[in-house]
Design a protein around this ligand. Structure first.
Ligand code: PLP
Length: 409
């Protein structure tokens, strides 16, 4: 008899996107003449920029020649891309990272999820709430969460770090000792950021407690304020306590192409149960070479092109476009009397639902009265209740129209 990993039975079904789809279906059936605008999507809409397309075409032709053919590549990524990452994403900000600390992958989602492989199951995990669900669910699957409590909608062994207007969306240091800390800034779903002094607190905490910070900076390209760090390694001492996840998905529209990378510094360590120091870079390298065969050559060439002069310029234009959408949404909502967060250094706008309505009540009103779809905050965790997420990934025309309609509710 084959036994299953019963941790999977502890996972809670997420009805968020299926419920949204069902509600849209029903509304469309009853109101076939109404045009719905979707500002709930977390996917980009602008095409891959020409510099990356050119690189894809060139690399594709290259592998069709005997001299240029590529079979299996290095599991950790080709040198040309690791070099470009070090130079452009780190050295340019005064951060000293070496190429063997970079692991190129097919997505930050996989990396954030797979990283749990190298940590013991008795580690105490802290996550922000609301949260990108991957951090929580992958710890449930691997048996670190404990049982789910229906009443509180939380897992017994997970330490939740609330993000709300009450703490200005800045997570407070946990009262008890935690080992693995997930931080994502600019944050999905709240769109809020942490400045250097706030991040420094976490780095100090991790040092004092021999914890690891798992820092997801998938949205760093949207940062425009000078005092907001793009990388956790801008904080002194972070190279001893943090692993960083980056992605080309939102930066360069690679959600379909798939390319990302993880930085595991040579100076981050974990411990055996006897307290012996072990290099996390070595463990992650071993895991990567065992379970992964690398990102395709053509995709890595496209990722490299994001750092070319034209690539940077074209990507800047796309990001500016989304940020302008975010500004339109944010300013429009403020004019309409809403309390709004995020949206300045992020494609996400997080609004406080008016009149003590629930997030789902507001979803229904927005759909019925403005024919606009967003994402209920409660779908991202219990502290998301009473909030609502809109995204800046729509077209300009639809974004403007959506805000016009919301103003008229
Ligand atoms: N991290 C966060 C916070 C995200 O919101 C997303 C995607 O929405 C990802 C990671 C996934 O990135 P990738 O497309 O590289 O898997």
């Amino acid at each position: 008899m084959v036994e299953i990993n019963e941790n999977f039975l502890e996972l809670q079904d997420s009805y968020l996107f299926s419920t949204i789809a069902k509600k849209i279906d029903e509304f469309t059936k009853n109101n076939p003449d109404k045009e719905i605008i979707r500002l709930g999507i977390g996917d980009v809409t602008k095409p891959i920029v020409p510099a990356c397309v050119d690189a894809l075409v060139k690399a594709s032709k290259e592998i069709g020649t005997s001299e240029g053919f590529k079979g299996y590549g290095p599991e950790q990524g080709y040198d040309f891309l690791r070099k470009a990452i070090v130079k452009n994403d780190y050295n340019s900000r005064g951060i000293n990272i070496s190429e063997n600390e970079i692991f190129v992958s097919d997505g930050a989602k996989c990396d954030c999820g797979n990283i749990v492989d190298i940590f013991a199951n008795n580690n105490k995990v802290a996550i922000t709430d609301p949260v990108y669900p991957v951090y929580l669910d992958t710890n449930v699957m691997s048996g670190r969460s404990g049982r789910y409590n229906e009443e509180t909608q939380t897992y017994n062994n997970i330490i939740y770090l609330p993000l709300s207007a009450d703490n200005d969306f800045k997570p407070e240091l946990p009262k008890e000792k935690v080992d693995m800390i997930y931080l994502c800034f600019p944050n999905n779903p709240t769109g809020t950021v942490l400045d250097k002094s706030e991040l420094k607190k976490w780095v100090n905490y991790a040092k004092e407690n021999k914890s690891i910070i798992l820092f997801d900076s998938a949205y760093e390209a949207f940062i425009t304020d000078d005092d907001i760090p793009h990388s956790i390694y801008e904080i002194e001492g972070a190279k001893d306590v943090a692993i960083e996840f980056r992605s080309y998905s939102k930066t360069a529209g690679f959600t379909g192409l798939r390319c990302a990378y993880t930085v595991v510094p040579n100076s981050v360590y974990g411990y055996t149960s006897e307290g012996k120091k072990i290099s996390l870079n070595k463990l992650w390298n071993r895991r990567t070479t065992t379970k992964f065969n690398g990102v395709s050559y053509v995709i890595q060439r496209a990722a490299e092109a994001t750092y070319s002069k034209e690539g940077k310029k074209q990507i800047d234009e796309s990001i500016s476009f989304y940020l302008e959408n975010a500004k339109i949404i944010k300013e429009g909502l403020i004019e309409a009397g809403y309390t709004v967060y995020g949206g300045d250094n992020s494609p996400y706008i997080w609004l406080k639902v008016p009149n003590n309505m629930t997030s789902w009540d507001f979803f229904d009103i927005l759909l019925k009265e403005a024919n606009v779809v967003g994402t209920p905050g409660s779908g991202f965790g219990p502290h998301g209740e009473g909030y609502f997420r809109l995204t800046a990934f729509g077209t300009r025309e639809k974004t403007i129209e959506a805000i016009k309609r919301i103003k008229n509710i």
